[in-house]
Design a protein around this ligand. Structure first.
Ligand code: NAP
Length: 266
């Protein structure tokens, strides 16, 4: 059995993804969602241990709390100070962070993109942005510019992957090969665009980590200019696939996982 903890958690697609994956792989596992109190991350990890859960997914607001109460963290989770999945290694609970690697894998597997040598611009400096910055640098990006509403948080994110990563300016959009929105701007109707759409150009790859709505105003603008527009569903699937393999040792059935979220109820 595996579980996700989040607060709120009822909109999570993780149960859909993982239960489809367990069924497709023929594993007798089940995946459920729990909504602990906002300070309950440590108790959830203790429950994983007490109940011998096979795996735990961790979402907001527990990612930092859980990093502080597992037995040890992977290098990525240590650098980020945030855990999105917990696995067993012998009797030890290990915190991992598969978000950034999930995005890289989705760009490679679903969109045929290589990140080596790419000039990237990331808007945002929160948990998702930081994991993406570290993963882009790890994938060989030539440069990762970060822009964020709160400047000092952009600098903190850049420090995680310096010198490849650095604080950028919104005008850097035009020079980027890959532009990534890692803010919630675009989730609600009427949100301003995270970048000036007039700076987008054909041949760019524009990624929005948002997957609901499937096409944000940023992605609409990217399509109109002839850029490749990619939403966050692929990242969601691939970060879950990485967790699935960490827990089970089995290759994730990606097609079943993609189908589960593509045909989800509205
Ligand atoms: P987070 O830690 O709360 O960070 C939010 C970031 O967005 C911060 O940089 C914040 O800037 C910025 N921001 C928020 N509201 C803003 C506004 N009105 N104007 C300008 N900037 C604003 O959130 P997160 O976990 O990183 O998530 C960010 C986005 O990624 C969300 O939309 C989330 O759904 C998505 N996401 C997708 C996946 C996936 O698998 N596809 C995974 C994780 C997250 P400040 O620093 O100035 O506050």
């Amino acid at each position: 059995m595996a579980a996700v903890i989040g607060n709120p958690v009822r909109h999570s697609l993780s149960p859909l993804l993982h239960n489809a994956a367990f069924a497709a792989a023929g594993l007798d596992w089940v995946y459920v969602a729990f909504e602990p109190a906002p300070d309950g991350g440590g108790q959830a990890v203790a429950a994983m241990r007490a109940l011998d859960l096979g795996g735990l997914s961790v979402t907001m607001p527990f990612k930092e709390q859980v990093a502080g109460c597992v037995d040890r963290c992977s290098p990525a989770a240590t650098a980020l100070g945030a855990v999105n999945c917990v696995r067993w290694e012998g009797a030890a609970l290990v915190g991992e962070n598969t978000d950034g690697e999930g995005l890289i894998r989705s760009l490679v597997a679903d969109s045929g993109l290589g990140l080596a040598g790419a000039r990237c611009l990331v808007v945002g400096a929160g948990g998702a942005a930081r994991s993406v910055v570290v993963a882009l640098a790890g994938a060989g990006a030539a440069a990762v510019k970060i822009v964020n509403r709160t400047h000092h948080r952009a600098a903190e994110a850049a420090a995680l992957a310096a010198p490849v990563a650095s604080v950028g300016a919104r005008t850097d959009v035009g020079a980027a090969d890959v532009v990534i929105n890692a803010t919630p701007m675009g989730m609600r109707a009427g949100d301003p665009l995270p970048v000036d759409p007039g700076l987008l150009r054909p041949g760019q790859v524009v990624v929005d980590l948002i997957y609901h709505p499937a096409v944000t105003p940023l992605l609409e603008a990217a399509r109109e200019t002839g850029a490749l527009a990619v939403n966050g569903l692929g990242m969601l699937v691939h970060q879950a696939a990485l967790a699935f393999t960490l827990w089970t040792g089995v290759e994730a059935p990606l097609d079943a996982m993609r189908a589960a979220v593509a045909h989800r109820p509205a």
